[in-house]
Each structure stands twice: as structure tokens, then as C-alpha cells.
Design a protein around this ligand. Structure first.
Ligand SMILES: [Ca+2]
Ligand SMILES: [Ca+2]
Ligand SMILES: [Cu+2]
Length: 348
């Protein structure tokens, strides 16, 4: 195993589809519960989707405001770039109070015929205790991260594999959607992805520099988000009620009415991911409506995009990215059973 500095954990499973490993595997400091795909489908094969009329349905308006962005508690992994804490001013915007559900994504697919990256590639990553698939469809696990399995036929309609369905999961967050899939949904819905700054500001719910959307303490007797309890990755005591996804309405909303920002599923943001993003802009005080500079080939499936909030696999002993300041990323084509998204919009 590669030697990594403390706090950097080689937790990125590689879904090896026969080609060379992407260069970031092993060098990127542990995107914990987020496996990276190395897909075979060409980037230009994303189904074209026409833009829907602007809609703020299901969204709440966040007023203009200034907040301290970043990790004020010294909790973060250095390589995630949660520092320095810096002041950010945001124009008013709208953001979904809940993650996009399976029912909503089904309406999108029905209207457009859209096929996700996972469907076109025929495989996606499923957490080992959740798999519902024939042995022949469980293709492989990854060295160092055996809890992620590449499962043939795992996609948004079959979140645990071919033998699963979303029949009972209509109100759960859609998963196995790539950044590109999330963008297509937003376009159809007359929305857009939130910027990373918008996501963090909204997740803070009006609290100043708190660790979580509700304050600094993880749980006072009752769980307030869906993460992992027990011994990762074998034994989950299910104290919070869920092994994998919880309904998007589970637990209490934050001060802005947002639900499940931390825990449950990772949420894609608009920005390209750069570890040095905060350091590079921190001398502007405050920085106004920040968004990472788009890479020159912005539609490149290999561009790493920001994910926020952590997932049902996060656990203090292994990956504490269930904090509002925590950052992670994955390539724009990647999908797994713990990555979803919510939408935003400009204020009109
Ligand atoms: Ca849980
Ligand atoms: Ca979340
Ligand atoms: Cu995590």
C-alpha cells in the first residue's frame, strides 16, 4: 500500500475496466466514500437535453449574505483544502430544500429518454453490505477499499444492483448519477447546480462557523443525520435508522429549511475541484460569489468536480466529511450508490 500522510487515506476504489488507472488514484487524498469510475463511454455520448423553463419549485430563497467559509475547527484533512477560513459574500439565490429524489429523476427520464453514465457504461459502485446482485454481476472490488464493489447493472433504477429496485425508494435521493447526469437534470428542470460556496452557505443554515448544520455537537441522544454507526465497514448498528439512503425528508431541517445536507448522499456542486481554491482567493476580503475557474476543456469527463456533505458511509473513525466545511471531489463521469445532488437557481 502507498504510504500517505496521516489523515490521508487511500479510500478511492478503482473500478478498473481494463484501461490504465487514472493518474489521481492513490495520489488524491482519500475521497473516502466516493469511488471514481474509469468509464468506457465517450464523453460526448451524454444525451442532449433541452433547457426547461426556469423553475424554483421545491427551492428556498437564501438572502444576500456574508459568511465564513471553511473549517474553523481544525477537523479537516489537509489535502481537501478546507483552509484557510475566509469571508465570502453571496448574492441572493435559490436552492432545493431536499436532494433530488428517485421520483423526480424518473420524471426527467420519462420526459427526455435520458440515459445516465452508469446505464450507458453498464456498471456502477455499490457498498458491499447493500449489494443485491447475482455473483456473476459482482465484477470486482478494489485493493484497499474492498467495501466498494463494481456491480454490473447497478444504476439509478437499481441502486443495489440488478435485483434491487426503487419501488420503495421514491422519496429517497437518486444515486448512481454522475456530475454530467446531474447537470442534465438541472437543465431540464430549469435549474442549475449550486456553486460550492452556495452549498456551504445554505448548509450552514445561518449559523456562524458551526461544525454541523445544527451546531457543533454531532448528536445529543438523537441522530440528526444519516451516517455510519458501529464498526466500519462490517457492522452498522443502524442507530440513525439507515444502512444506505434515508428519505430526503428524514431528520430535522436546518435554519434555512434544508434537509440532509450532511450525511445521506454526497451532493455534486458546479465547481471544478482545486485543493488550493481557498488559499488562492483568501486575500480578497470578502470574495464575492466565488466559483472555481472552469478548466479549458470543461466538458471533460475526467475533470474533478466538487462534492459536498458526506454520505451514509461517513464515520468519525474513517472519514469525517459529514461536516458542513468538508470538501471532496470525483470525476464528472463517476457514479456510486452514495452520490446524488440538489439544484439551485439564480435569484430572478
Ligand atoms: Ca446510517
Ligand atoms: Ca447530503
Ligand atoms: Cu465520508
Amino acid at each position: 500500500m502507498t504510504m500517505l500522510p496521516p489523515g490521508s487515506r487511500p479510500l478511492l476504489p478503482l473500478l478498473d475496466r481494463g484501461s490504465a488507472p487514472p493518474a489521481h488514484i492513490g495520489e488524491h487524498a482519500g475521497s473516502c466514500c466516493a469511488p471514481a469510475a474509469d468509464r468506457t463511454a465517450p464523453p460526448d455520448a451524454v444525451s442532449p437535453v433541452s433547457r426547461g423553463e426556469r423553475s424554483t419549485r421545491g427551492q428556498t430563497r437564501i438572502p444576500e449574505g456574508t459568511f465564513w467559509m471553511g473549517d474553523s475547527h481544525g477537523d479537516g484533512y489537509v489535502a481537501d483544502g478546507e483552509l484557510p477560513v475566509h469571508q465570502v459574500r453571496l448574492s441572493p439565490y435559490f436552492i432545493d430544500t431536499k436532494a433530488v429524489t428517485n421520483a423526480q429523476f424518473a420524471a426527467f427520464v420519462k420526459a427526455t429518454g435520458y440515459a445516465t453514465d452508469a446505464e450507458r457504461d453498464g456498471v456502477s459502485a455499490v457498498f458491499h453490505l447493500a449489494v443485491e446482485a447475482a455473483a456473476a454481476d459482482i465484477l470486482r472490488s478494489a485493493a484497499g477499499v474492498p467495501w466498494w464493489l463494481a456491480v454490473r447493472g447497478a444504476d439509478w433504477r437499481h441502486p443495489a444492483g440488478p435485483r434491487s429496485s426503487i419501488g420503495d425508494l421514491q422519496n429517497h435521493p437518486v444515486v448512481h448519477v454522475s456530475w454530467r447526469d446531474a447537470r442534465a437534470y438541472c437543465r431540464w428542470a430549469g435549474k442549475r447546480l449550486p456553486t460550492e460556496a452556495e452549498w456551504e452557505h445554505a448548509a450552514r443554515g445561518g449559523l456562524d462557523r458551526a461544525r454541523f448544520p445544527w451546531g457543533d455537537e454531532l448528536a445529543g441522544g438523537r441522530w440528526r443525520c444519516n451516517i455510519w454507526q458501529g464498526e466500519f465497514p462490517r457492522h452498522n448498528t443502524l442507530d440513525d435508522g439507515y444502512l444506505t439512503t434515508a428519505p430526503v425528508t428524514a431528520y430535522q431541517p436546518n435554519g434555512y429549511g434544508l434537509l440532509n445536507t450532511v450525511g445521506n448522499v454526497w451532493e455534486w456542486c458546479q465547481d471544478a475541484f482545486r485543493e488550493t481554491e481557498y488559499a488562492d482567493r483568501a486575500d480578497q476580503a470578502p470574495v464575492v460569489d466565488p466559483v472555481a475557474t472552469e478548466p479549458s476543456v470543461a466538458d471533460d469527463a475526467q475533470v474533478r468536480r466538487v462534492m459536498r456533505g458526506g454520505s451514509y458511509l461517513c464515520h468519525d473513525s474513517y472519514c469525517n466529511r459529514y461536516r458542513v466545511a468538508a470538501r471532496s471531489s470525483n470525476t464528472a463521469e463517476s457514479s456510486s450508490g452514495n452520490i446524488g445532488f440538489r439544484c439551485a437557481n439564480d435569484a430572478a
